[in-house]
Design a protein around this ligand. Structure first.
Ligand SMILES: Cc1cc2nc3c(=O)[nH]c(=O)nc-3n(C[C@H](O)[C@H](O)[C@H](O)COP(=O)(O)O)c2cc1C
Length: 353
């Protein structure tokens, strides 16, 4: 895996759209891991500038990540009205105006324009989730390609499509489920069960993701047959991440049962820290708008969160091992993770001989 990625360590900092910054990516890559920029929320010009900034900060390889192209259905007026009705008392409490809904709620998918930037900038590694985009152009110019799978069948589809490695995302993972060829509930498989079955099924390197937040988890992933580990939540508290201070505090204070998987934030199942807003939407029983329109319906809360310093109004995406996170500069975190993993692997040696 390290030969494929050009990194020193089999540690990947997960792409996290809205949270990863060029500074975070460069710090991780500079420390020998593979930093990844979650770029799906950027405009093409912003992505170009971010890639150039990463290159100013490091000459080590890094990854850019996009959501594979997907349908963006507009919700019906009834669905929008039902969601707004659940939120009305919260808006009134916060003094937020009733939003005026303009159609379309979701702008057209920018995938193609963003992919053009990835190709033109000759990004070293490209990763993706939510499906399988066309990979031929990327492979022609020598970009290494990592796809996300939540089942063995998805992993084998990725291998057949030409992915160079597969990220096996277990149910513990923070953020959106990458599931694209299965029922979400059936594809909700823990990292411990998923990783070895994916390893047995594919011939390409496997990167374990989901619930790994320290070196013990990385060692465990390697023991399961993975070639490396991808960690997201563990990097949220880093000073280089774009998460607001309240989000970082919530991650550091989280316990193992602080998160749930919910569709109420974006319309697609995602693991996040429970908040009163999330619980109100969940307990209402109101069907969320389809992905990503639901996120557009909640957009004013995210702006209000910053203005009112209310992190509980943000989408606090995080995994089940959030409580193991530490507030360390990213390079120091990478070095700590590597040392801890080595220590954990060494502890296993006597048992093996
Ligand atoms: C805040 C946040 C945002 C995420 N955004 C993305 C993304 O843009 N693209 C992607 O492929 N995965 C995304 N993920 C999922 C990660 O790639 C990875 O599967 C996950 O973080 C691993 O679980 P962990 O958080 O327990 O380490 C995100 C995860 C989090 C926590």
């Amino acid at each position: 895996l390290v030969a494929l990625l050009g990194s020193d360590l089999p540690i990947v900092q997960a792409p996290m759209a809205g949270t990863t910054t060029p500074e975070l990516v460069a710090a991780v890559s500079g420390a020998g891991g593979l930093g990844s920029l979650g770029a799906s929320v950027l405009e093409p010009d912003e992505l170009r500038a971010a890639i150039r900034r990463i290159r100013e900060l490091t000459d080590r390889p890094f990854a850019v990540n996009l959501f594979a192209p997907h349908d963006q259905p507009e919700p019906t007026d009834e669905v929008v009205a039902a969601v707004d009705a659940v939120l009305r008392p919260v808006r009134q409490d916060l003094g937020l105006p009733e939003p005026v809904r303009e159609r379309p709620l979701v702008p057209p998918d920018r995938f193609e324009a963003l992919l053009e930037v990835v190709l033109a900038e000759r990004v070293p590694v490209f990763s993706f989730t939510f499906g399988i985009p066309p990979l031929d152009d990327l492979r022609t110019v020598g970009v290494r390609v990592l796809g996300t799978a939540t089942t063995v069948a998805e992993a084998t589809q990725l291998e057949r499509a030409g992915a160079d490695a597969v990220v096996a995302q277990g149910a513990e993972a923070g953020g959106h489920r990458g599931t694209f060829a299965a029922d979400f509930e059936e594809a909700f498989i823990g990292t411990m069960a998923l990783v070895p079955q994916v390893v047995d099924a594919v011939g390409i390197p496997v990167i374990a993701a989901g619930g790994i937040s320290d070196g013990r988890g990385i060692a465990a992933a390697l023991a399961l047959g993975a070639d490396g580990a991808q960690l997201g939540t563990a990097f949220i508290p880093c000073p280089e991440s774009a998460a607001p201070p309240g989000y970082k505090r919530a991650v550091l204070a989280a316990a193992e049962e602080s998160t749930i998987v919910t569709r109420v934030y974006t319309g697609r199942p995602a693991r996040a820290i429970r908040t009163p807003l999330l619980e109100r939407l969940e307990s209402s029983g109101v069907e969320p708008a389809p992905f990503p329109a639901q996120a557009a319906l909640l957009w004013d809360f995210r702006s209000a969160a910053a203005e009112l310093d209310r992190p509980d109004l943000l989408f606090l995406l995080a995994g089940q091992a959030a409580g193991l996170s530490r507030e360390l500069p990213a390079a120091e975190l990478v070095a700590t993770l590597a040392a801890e993993a080595q220590e954990a692997l060494a502890r296993q040696q006597p048992a093996r001989s």
